[in-house]
Design a protein around this ligand. Structure first.
Ligand SMILES: [Fe+2]
Ligand SMILES: [Fe+2]
Length: 373
C-alpha cells in the first residue's frame, strides 16, 4: 500500500538521531544566543525523505462560491478594491494566501461599464474566463476581447487593465498568479499606471491574429521577450486542437489527451514561471495515478467527473476548481459515457523544470489506482 511504503523511518544510519542531555540543551541555548544552531536538531525536518507539501487538496465548488463572488459587487467598487477578487485560500497555505504551493488564485467579477485601473507587477498573471460577455483585457497597449474558456496572459512587468463593455453582461474569471513565489523570492514590485488607463495602440486582438496561427509564424516577426507574444488562447481553437489530437493518439495513461499552451516562438512555456495545459478525458475515461513535483490548479472547462487526490475523491462539474499539491498522487475520471470532459490547468512546472527539480512517479500498486480513505 502506498501509505506504508511512504512511512520512512528516521531512526536509521545517515539521519539525525541525537538524544537530548542536560549538557546538550545548555549547548543549544548557547548557540541560540549567537543566532546559530546545531543542524542535527532540525536536519530531518528541513530535509525530508521526499517533498512534504503543506498544501491540502481542495475542491472549490463554483455553485457555492458564485453567489458570494457576485455579492462583492454590492459591497465594494473596483476603484476602492483595486481589483474585486475573492481569493482561494488553501487551509495549509493561509500564511501566504496561496491556493496551492506558491500559486495564488482568485475569482474576479466585473459589471458592464466597469474598469479596473492599469497596473503592473513582478508576478506573472493569467486569467481563464468563466462566464459573461463583453470582457476585455489590455496588455501593453494590446486589447483583447474575451469569451468563456479563453485563456489570457498578463506576463510579469506588462501594464494591464481589465474591463467589461457597457453592452456586456457581468463577467467572472479566474485569476492565477505566482505572487507567493515572487514574495518568497523577495522580488515583488507593484506599480499603478500614472494615467490609471493605458492607450490601446494596436488593432484589437492583434497578438492572437499575428501569433496564433497553427504551424505558421509571421514573416519577419521578431519577439525576444521571455514570455509568449500570443497573449490570448481562444477556446474554440484549443478545443478543436484537442479533438483533432484525440483522433490521432491513445493519449497519456495519466492525463488522457493533453495539450500544453506554448510560446509559439520557442515552443516553451507561456511564461517563465507559469505553465498551462488543457486536457480532454474521453467519454468514460479513467486515468491511472501518478505524482510529480510542482503545484497544480485545475478548472473544469467542460463536463463532469471526479479526481482522486491523495486518496480522497473529489467530484467536480463545469467551473469547479481543484488543486493537486506537489508529490500528491492523483488520477482523473470522466463520469459521462457520451461527452468528453476538459480540464484547464496552470502550474509552476517551468520553475520546477528550469531549476532541475521536476520528478515524476507512476503508482505501481493496486493496478495503478489509489486506495481511497
Ligand atoms: Fe495585475
Ligand atoms: Fe499529473
Amino acid at each position: 500500500m502506498t501509505k506504508a511504503r511512504e512511512n520512512y523511518r528516521e531512526d536509521v544510519a545517515g539521519r539525525a538521531n541525537v538524544e537530548d542531555t542536560p549538557e546538550l540543551l545548555a549547548y543549544y541555548s548557547d548557540l541560540e544566543r549567537l543566532d546559530a544552531g546545531a543542524l542535527w536538531t532540525v536536519a530531518n525536518k528541513i530535509e525530508p525523505w521526499q517533498p512534504k507539501s503543506s498544501s491540502v487538496p481542495v475542491l472549490w465548488r463554483y455553485q457555492d462560491l458564485r453567489t458570494h463572488v457576485l455579492r462583492s459587487v454590492d459591497l465594494v467598487t473596483p476603484e476602492k478594491a483595486g481589483r474585486r477578487v475573492i481569493y482561494l485560500n488553501n487551509p495549509g497555505r493561509q500564511d501566504v494566501a496561496a491556493a496551492v504551493g506558491w500559486l495564488y488564485s482568485g475569482l474576479q467579477v466585473m459589471h458592464p461599464g466597469e474598469v479596473a485601473s492599469a497596473h503592473r507587477h513582478s508576478a506573472s498573471a493569467l486569467r481563464f474566463i468563466m462566464e459573461g460577455s463583453g470582457a476585455y483585457t489590455v496588455v501593453d497597449g494590446h486589447k483583447m476581447t474575451l469569451n468563456a474558456n479563453d485563456f489570457v496572459l498578463t506576463p510579469n512587468g506588462t501594464w494591464h487593465e481589465h474591463g467589461v463593455e457597457e453592452n456586456g453582461r457581468p463577467c467572472i474569471w479566474q485569476d492565477g498568479l505566482d505572487i507567493p513565489l515572487v514574495n518568497a523570492l523577495e522580488a515583488n514590485f507593484y506599480e499603478v499606471h500614472p494615467d490609471l488607463r493605458q492607450a490601446v495602440g494596436y488593432a484589437v486582438d492583434d497578438m492572437t491574429k499575428t501569433w496564433g496561427n497553427p504551424g505558421l509564424t509571421p514573416g519577419g516577426g521578431a519577439w525576444d521577450k521571455g514570455y509568449s507574444p500570443l497573449f490570448k488562447y481562444e477556446w474554440g481553437r484549443t478545443y478543436e486542437a484537442l479533438k483533432r489530437y484525440a483522433d490521432a493518439t491513445e493519449g497519456s495513461p495519466y492525463d488522457g489527451v493533453l495539450m500544453e499552451y506554448i510560446n509559439p516562438v520557442n515552443s516553451g512555456p507561456v511564461m517563465q514561471t507559469i505553465g498551462a495545459s488543457m486536457q480532454m478525458l474521453r467519454p468514460g475515461e479513467k486515468t491511472k495515478a501518478h505524482r510529480h513535483t510542482g503545484s497544480y490548479l485545475y478548472q473544469v472547462a467542460k463536463g463532469k467527473g471526479y479526481s482522486i487526490i491523495g486518496g480522497k475523491r473529489f467530484d467536480w462539474q463545469e467551473r469547479d476548481i481543484f488543486c493537486v499539491p506537489s508529490w500528491a498522487w492523483h488520477e482523473h475520471a470522466n463520469l459521462s459515457e457520451t461527452d468528453d470532459a476538459c480540464l484547464f490547468c496552470f502550474n509552476d512546472l517551468p520553475v520546477m523544470r528550469s531549476l532541475g527539480l521536476y520528478r515524476e512517479e507512476a503508482l505501481a500498486d493496486n493496478g495503478g489506482h489509489q486506495p481511497q480513505d
